[in-house]
Each structure stands twice: as structure tokens, then as C-alpha cells.
Ligand binder design. Structure first.
Ligand SMILES: [Zn+2]
Length: 498
């Protein structure tokens, strides 16, 4: 089966082929950097990560551009409230976002760009639109003349022919009912940052930045543009209008939109108390790989209902996969091969690929591997698994994990690297930090580091070998007190933190 995507523009499932050879040019709308990103943002970013990883898995070369919106109504308002410059303010949240991305194993796009580094390019595109009659000035601002672009509404599938000509909207975000001429360049307001340009003193509207930065790095027509479904209108509709009016060429071939995340069946909002940033969940002790797994588990065009039960199950699922891989690599099996089992490993790989080919059906992609894990465990329990079967199973798991990226138990290392984990001696400091700075500082405490745990386990193994079970049990209990759980498996002793 060919790789197929649901294209918002046509409303159809379509076979995907890039415009040029096997090179995919892709743009994703990144974060507006005025606060820590919430899990709804990361639902979309995890989907886009699965998308780019799977394109690479399928042998495509990916050129992915992501923007960071570091000037808009929100960033300006927030930086003014904080009393620092827009650049300093947004830098802080860009750094936080980079850390979050790494925690969630999100690959870095080939090109990450900031809106404020492209003001000159935006001015040029607006000038082109003016020259072609698609833009006009009013009171120091420049607006897009929606009436002049006949296909307006083709992405959002709305007929805008009845709107009042000349009515204007200055806000970056607005509803379909307010659709009218939108702002390309906003006249400078008292106390706001501005750029002195041939268009006058002011700043760009939100929509123009994505038209400019995507075409600058990817060309006037490129393969994939993606974002959350809330961006279809007005943001992406306006991007199409700006870009196609300026170039006279189709802007984007495939539009891919991820549906919303809701929490316990309700819209996530601060007023309902169900609003979570990634850091909130980490502060509660949840692990980034479990969060990634949960966010990846629902196909992107379906709404994702986030619950803590679901997150708990995601952690169990990740543990189950890792435990199986541990058994696979460390277990002792009779020599030989079981061709029937190897065929199952191969079939699971194909099932995973067919699921992802089908508009990135991640739910089926996960199910394919769990079927294999069940078959593998059963065969091992019954003594049917052979030493020569490891390779086929590991191969399927490795391929699967190139896309899902949850098998490596790297949460602790990452959390420690970014200062989210402190050793036991730093408990006091942690308590102070949490009081002073909320969850953004130290959030997890380790009484023992990894090396100390390994040392205790080898002492326990020595005690067991000399049949000193009282001592072995005592070490086990001490580790439990320190938040470390031991699992004695046929393949040896594993440990994990509570
Ligand atoms: Zn955008």
C-alpha cells in the first residue's frame, strides 16, 4: 500500500508523493513563545514528529521548517507585564520549549526560524501584495483585500462571498463570523515594540510570518504544511491567500491538521483547573516517554481525551515493551530457530508499516507490536522461543521504535541533565525551590543514583548466592524505601524507580 494522507484541502485520503524526487519539503507552525507549552500543543508536535520520523523511515529525505512566533499580541502583552524586552522574554520560553522537545524525544526540524529575524522578508511580501492589488493601507496599517482573492475559504470550506467589503480586523485570532480583511502590518502603538520599515513603523501580523518563512526556505510550492485543527481558520486560510495572491502558484500540496486534545472529556482551560503544561505532568512524577506514548497513541485526526488513567496505562504499556525487549536480549533460550516465530516478527513489521502508511494510524501501529510481544512472551513461556529468533524480533522492535521512540529508558538521564532531578542530599534545596519557583525548578528527588542502585543489587545477588536470604530481603526492602522496585525475572534482576 502506498503512503496516504488525509488532505484538509481536498477533504480526501490521497497517495503521497513529493513534488521533487524523494525530497519532502514540510512546514509546521511552531509555538507562540509567551508561556510554557501545554500538552495540547505537544499532542500536535508529537504527531508532527511521528510524521517526519515515518517519512524518513519510508526513505524520504525531509526538509522540515518550523517557526517560532516571537512577536504577536500575546508575546507583547506578556513581555510588557514582565517588564522585560520582547527578545529577552521570548528567549526564556524558546529555551524551555527546546528542553521540553528533548524530553519528549521530538527531533529537531532541519530549520527553526524566529519571526523577528524575518521582518525584511515580510515587508517585501507585503509590498508585492500591494503592487498586485491584494493589499491596501489604512491608518498606518496594511490589510489584505479578501475580496480580491476569489478562492478565499477553500481550505476552511466556507463561502465568504457575502462578507462586507472593506470591513477590517486587526486581531491575530478571530472567528469565521468576523472574517474580513485581515491585517498584514500593524501600525506602531504607543509603548509597543516596532520596526522602522518602508511600510512605516509597525510590526507584522501573525499570518504573514508563516507565508514568508515557509516560502523562503521551501519554495513557492511545497509538499506538506501542518498544524493543529484550530489553525485551519483563519491562520492557514490567510497563509494560502497571502502566498497564492503573491506568487500565482499553488502554495501547499498537502495540509495535515491534528485534532484537539481534551482532558477528562472537557476542553482544557485554566479556569476549569484541567490545564497542564508538560512541566506540570513531570512535576507530578510522570515520565516523558509515557506522555509521548499517550500523545502518540491516538491517530491525529481523532480527538485525544487525556486522562490520568490513560497516562498510567501508557506507562504500563511502555514498561511492558521494555520488559519484553529486556527478556529478548538477556534471556537464555535453546539453540536453533523457530521459523514460524520469525515469520510473526516479519508480519508485525508489515502490519506496523501498513498502519502508518494509512494516514499514520498510530493506534494500529502500536497494536501490531503488542501482538508480537504477546506471541513472543507466550513462545518463551512454553519453551518454543529459540536463540536464533532474537534477531527478527529485535529488528521489528528497532524499526518500530525509530518512529515511536519510547523503548529507551532515558527519562531519568534527561530529567537529571535538565535539572529536574536532584540527589537525596539536595532534598532541602528542592523543598525551597518548589516553594519559590513552582514546578519549573527541581521536581524529582532521588535518594540513590543509578550506580548506587546497581551496587546494592550486586550485593543482594551475592547474598542470594550464599543463601543469605534474610540479608537479600533486607537490601530489597531498603531499596524499596528509597523508591526503587526490583523485579526478579528469568533473565535476571531489573530495577525501576517508583
Ligand atoms: Zn503558522
Amino acid at each position: 500500500m502506498a503512503l496516504r494522507f488525509h488532505n484538509t484541502l481536498t477533504g480526501d485520503l490521497e497517495d503521497f508523493r513529493p513534488l521533487e524526487d524523494n525530497k519532502v519539503r514540510m512546514y509546521t507552525c511552531g509555538l507562540t513563545v509567551y508561556d510554557y507549552a501545554h500538552i495540547g500543543n505537544y499532542r500536535t508536535f508529537v504527531f508532527q514528529d511521528i510524521l517526519r520520523r515515518y517519512l524518513k523511515y519510508r526513505g524520504f529525505e525531509v526538509l522540515h521548517v518550523m517557526n517560532l512566533t516571537d512577536v504577536d499580541d500575546n508575546t507583547i502583552r506578556a513581555s510588557q507585564a514582565a517588564g522585560i524586552s520582547l527578545r529577552d522574554y521570548t528567549n526564556k520560553f524558546i529555551e524551555a520549549h527546546e528542553v521540553d522537545r528533548e524530553l519528549l524525544s521530538l527531533e529537531n526540524p532541519e530549520i527553526v526560524v524566529r519571526a523577528t529575524d524575518h521582518i525584511d522578508d515580510m515587508v517585501k511580501l507585503i509590498q508585492t501584495l500591494e503592487e498586485k492589488g491584494f493589499a491596501y493601507r489604512s491608518e498606518g496599517s496594511v490589510y489584505f483585500r479578501v475580496e480580491a482573492f476569489k478562492p478565499y475559504g477553500k481550505l476552511a470550506k466556507i463561502d465568504f462571498s457575502g462578507i462586507r467589503a472593506g470591513a477590517r480586523v486587526d486581531s491575530d485570532k478571530y472567528d469565521k463570523a468576523d472574517a474580513r480583511d485581515f491585517v498584514l502590518w500593524k501600525a506602531a502603538k504607543e509603548g509597543e515594540p516596532f520596526w522602522d520599515t518602508p511600510l512605516g513603523r509597525g510590526r507584522p501580523g501573525w499570518h504573514i510570518e508563516c507565508s514568508v518563512m515557509s516560502m523562503k526556505y521551501l519554495g513557492e510550492t511545497f509538499d506538506i504544511h501542518s498544524g493543529g485543527s484550530d489553525l485551519v481558520f483563519p491562520h492557514h486560510e490567510n497563509e494560502i491567500a497571502q502566498s497564492e495572491a503573491a506568487t500565482g502558484k499553488p502554495f501547499v500540496r498537502f495540509w495535515l491538521h491534528a485534532e484537539h486534545l481534551i482532558v477528562n472529556g472537557e476542553k482544557m482551560s485554566k479556569s476549569l483547573g484541567n490545564f497542564f503544561t508538560l512541566r506540570d505532568l513531570i512535576a507530578m512524577g510522570h515520565k516523558p516517554t509515557a506522555i509521548r506514548y499517550l500523545l502518540a497513541s491516538v491517530p491525529f485526526r481523532k480527538q485525544l481525551n487525556f486522562t490520568f488513567d490513560g497516562l498510567h496505562q501508557a506507562q504500563q504499556s511502555v514498561d511492558r515493551l521494555r520488559n519484553f525487549r529486556f527478556r529478548l536480549t538477556q534471556g537464555k533460550f535453546p539453540a536453533g530457530e523457530n521459523k514460524e516465530l520469525q515469520a510473526k516478527a516479519e508480519a508485525a513489521r508489515r502490519a506496523f508499516e501498513e498502519a502508518l502508511d494509512d494516514n499514520l494510524n498510530t493506534a494500529e501501529g502500536l497494536a501490531a507490536l503488542f501482538d508480537l510481544v504477546r506471541d513472543g512472551n507466550t513462545a518463551m513461556d512454553r519453551g518454543k522461543f529459540r536463540d536464533g529468533d532474537r534477531g527478527a524480533f529485535l529488528d521489528t522492535m528497532e524499526r518500530w521504535d525509530r518512529v515511536f521512540a519510547v523503548l529507551d529508558d532515558n527519562d531519568r538521564a534527561k530529567l537529571r541533565r535538565f535539572g529536574f532531578v536532584k540527589s537525596g542530599e539536595e532534598r532541602e534545596a528542592r523543598a525551597a525551590a518548589v516553594v519559590g519557583n513552582g514546578y519549573t525548578s527541581t521536581v524529582l528527588v532521588e535518594a540513590l543514583n543509578d550506580e548506587e542502585i546497581e551496587k546494592h543489587i550486586s550485593e543482594r545477588n551475592a547474598a542470594r548466592r550464599s543463601r543469605d536470604f534474610a540479608r537479600a530481603d533486607k537490601i530489597r526492602d531498603e531499596l524499596l524505601d528509597a523508591g526503587v522496585i526490583l523485579e526478579d525475572t528469568k533473565a535476571g534482576t531489573r530495577w525501576k524507580r517508583k
